[in-house]
Design a binder for this molecule. Structure first.
Ligand code: ADP
Ligand code: MG
Length: 145
């Protein structure tokens, strides 16, 4: 049975802090799938996760590469952004399996574009706006599969 936890944030800093908490608790081999529209805060959340893992350098969405690897934290951190992927085979070419099933922590922005390769056990983080609650309001639903 999947369990969902819902959190509300009202600033980018709060979303970053939530990511950081999760990064601190992340375990070897954990996979996070991030789902949400453009500009909703997936990268802000990811930057928090990276910081929580002890990655010190800047973490941005890779524009021309699907995968960015950070080795300097507590565990290797594999940051995927599959927004521009045209075929899921590109993930094979990158060697995603070594990341998902390796020692590090993987996080995939736009994971809904590659549902077929997500491991059975992963953590989904869905971020949504609700403009009626304000421009900076975000509802973040975390589900363990
Ligand atoms: P994505 O990666 O989902 O496309 P980004 O993380 O790059 O989105 O950008 C999110 C934008 O929304 C940033 O400009 C950030 O400052 C802004 N923002 C406003 N409120 C929030 C919030 N509560 N949580 C996260 N980001 C927020
Ligand atoms: Mg992004």
């Amino acid at each position: 049975m999947a369990r969902t936890t819902r959190i509300e944030t009202n600033t980018p800093e709060e979303t970053y802090a939530l990511g950081m908490e999760i990064g601190k608790k992340s375990k070897s081999g954990q996979v996070y799938s991030l789902i949400g529209d453009l500009g909703v805060g997936k990268t802000v959340f990811t930057q928090g996760v990276a910081a929580g893992l002890g990655v010190e350098g800047p973490v941005n969405s890779p524009t021309f590469t699907i995968l960015q690897v950070y080795e300097e934290g507590r565990l290797p951190f594999y940051h995927f952004d599959v927004y521009r992927i045209s075929d899921v085979e590109e993930m094979d070419e990158i060697g995603y399996e070594d990341c998902f099933y390796g020692e590090g922590v993987s996080l995939i922005e736009w994971a809904n574009l590659v549902p077929e390769i997500l491991p059975e056990h992963h953590t989904e983080v869905r971020i949504e706006k609700d403009l009626q609650k304000g421009f900076d309001y975000r509802r973040i639903s975390i589900t363990e599969y």
